[in-house]
Every structure is written in C-alpha cells, then in structure tokens.
Write a new protein. Structure first.
Length: 103
C-alpha cells in the first residue's frame, strides 16, 4: 500500500488460503485501456481518499442513517464484530511473535 506513489493511490492485496484466494485491486481514474503492439496502457490510479472511497463513505452514512431511522436496520451482527476482532487479535499476535496463529 502506498498513499504517495507517483502513479496514484496504490492499495491492493492478495490473500491466499488452502481453499482459495481473495484479491482486491486498484481503481483507475477511468476504465479506458489502450492496447498496441507495444503493450497495454491504462490511466493513472485514483489519487486520493475522496476519489477512492467516495462510494464507500456514502454507503456508511446511509447505513448509519438507516440504523437511526429504522429499528433493527444495522447490517452487521454482533457475531460479525466479534469474529473481526478475533482476526485482528490473531494478526497482531502473529506479528508480535513472528508465528502463525490459528483461528
């Protein structure tokens, strides 16, 4: 991840597991791709938080407003929150002790 790469806001990850792969790529400023005999050209990556996360921020605000306006509208369960915390705790322990932590 780099917030200061010359070519834009570079945020990508791949997570490999025994049952498959999860991958998150970068978003480009537009979807144009030019292909020639010399290869492929793509536009720069989105450059800032507002450009990259505008849709996500709006969705969070909508979910928050729905939670206040409509009973039982929160889209995330208590169990989901506990699972995420367990993953974060295991990742921290793994980093601190330089070992695999099973969940």
């Amino acid at each position: 991840m780099s917030r200061s790469a010359l070519y834009g806001y570079d945020q990508r990850t791949e997570i490999f597991g025994t049952l498959g792969l999860a991958s998150v790529g970068n978003q480009h400023s537009n979807s144009t791709t030019i292909a020639t005999a010399n290869g492929f050209l793509q536009p720069k990556l989105k450059h800032s938080f507002p450009q990259r996360f505008d849709q996500a921020f709006n969705a969070e605000l909508d979910a928050f407003a729905d939670t206040i306006l409509f009973e039982n509208a929160w889209p995330i369960s208590r169990e989901d929150c506990v699972k995420v915390q367990n993953i974060a705790d295991a990742a921290k322990l793994s980093s601190q002790e330089n070992r695999v932590v099973d969940l």
